[in-house]
Ligand binder design. Structure first.
Ligand SMILES: Cc1cc2nc3c(=O)[nH]c(=O)nc-3n(C[C@H](O)[C@H](O)[C@H](O)COP(=O)(O)OP(=O)(O)OC[C@H]3O[C@@H](n4cnc5c(N)ncnc54)[C@H](O)[C@@H]3O)c2cc1C
Ligand code: FES
Length: 287
């Protein structure tokens, strides 16, 4: 059992959990994730390790409520326990000092980006962070990203903060202005990562994306998370989740991601009706 040490609401339907998990905290690196099961009957969901501290033996998970399990997790409070937290899983991101790394975060993508940006900052790379969200309230972890970036620019879809438009437009602006970028790391919704790759490809700038296909075991056994990268089949949970974005078949991945939509809607409907009728408005569903 894993104790929740602290819970914080970062934005509407986005919550941060500090969890006691000393063995995971001791081994975690930027790019790792865990698979969480809330209780004995719970489904297994992958969540990125957004931060870790070996000294205090804690890891941080940032969770957006999009369906039954994430919504259920959002109801947990400090002092309560999570049944299983398995990890660290995945291949950590290869990080070495470069002249200029640009992080492009869409929505919740800022959580997986934070430990990578911090590491680059620590080893002396120039870090530029471009952070986008639908509106100002959903721009999370701003203070922390500003501490590990030499420059931060924001965008919102509704124009409530920063550039009015998509975060990938900020990236295009930088490239068009002749900025020398060693590599781009883009994390967020699949369509946003695909857009970032389309922007960088003509400029020949290496672009790493972190893929989030549906995962079940998270250890390379079930094949659920397979993706096509450079014409080869890869398992995102063990070969990734970080890949060369210019080689990813995003069309196939986007189609596969939607294959359980009907079941996911049903699970959420049963959950809101049976357990939390006062939160019926949360039936709304990503996608
Ligand atoms: C490597 C990786 C890291 C992730 N990190 C985070 C994170 O740090 N914070 C966060 O909020 N979310 C993260 N996700 C997504 C998160 O796992 C899903 O939002 C969660 O599983 C949804 O479960 P649900 O029951 O609440 O919603 P559901 O209604 O079951 O699903 C909602 C949507 O979530 C996706 N999804 C559902 N089940 C899975 C699954 N088993 N694996 C992956 N995606 C799924 C699908 O796109 C689906 O349409 C990550 C996914 C991956 C693969
Ligand atoms: S989640 Fe089963 S193989 Fe990757």
């Amino acid at each position: 059992m894993y104790r929740i040490v602290r819970k914080e609401v970062l934005a509407p339907r986005i919550k941060s959990f500090l969890i006691e998990a000393p063995e995971i905290a001791a081994k975690a690196k930027p790019g790792h994730f865990v698979v969480v099961r809330l209780d004995e009957k719970g489904e297994r969901i992958p969540l990125t390790i957004a931060d870790y501290d070996a000294a205090s033996g804690t890891i941080e998970l940032v969770v957006q409520e999009v369906g039954r399990t994430t919504y259920q997790m959002g109801m947990l409070e400090a002092g309560q326990y999570i049944q299983d937290v398995v990890g660290p899983l995945g291949t950590p991101m290869h990080i070495e000092k470069v002249d200029c790394v640009v992080f492009v975060a869409g929505g919740l993508g800022v959580a997986p980006i934070y430990p990578k940006a911090r590491r680059h900052y620590e080893i002396g790379s120039r870090v530029v962070s471009l952070i986008g969200a639908q509106n100002k309230d959903l721009l999370i972890m701003r203070d922390r990203m500003e501490k590990v970036s030499h420059e931060v620019r924001y965008s919102t879809d509704d124009g409530s903060f920063g550039h009015h438009g998509f975060v990938t437009e900020l990236l295009k602006e930088m490239l068009d202005s002749g900025a020398k970028i060693s590599e781009v790391v883009a994390v967020g919704p699949l369509v946003m990562m695909r857009a970032a790759c389309r922007v960088t490809e003509p400029f020949g700038v290496k672009t790493i994306v972190s893929l989030n296909p549906i995962m079940v075991d998270g250890t390379g056994m079930c094949g659920s998370c397979r993706v096509t990268v450079g014409g080869e089949t890869k398992f995102s949970c063990v070969d990734g989740p970080a890949f060369d974005g210019h080689k990813v078949d995003f069309g196939e991945l986007i189609a596969r991601q939607n294959r359980f939509l009907a079941e996911e809607r049903l699970a959420m409907e049963h959950f809101t009706r049976g357990i939390a009728p006062e939160r019926e408005e949360c039936r709304c569903h990503q996608g």
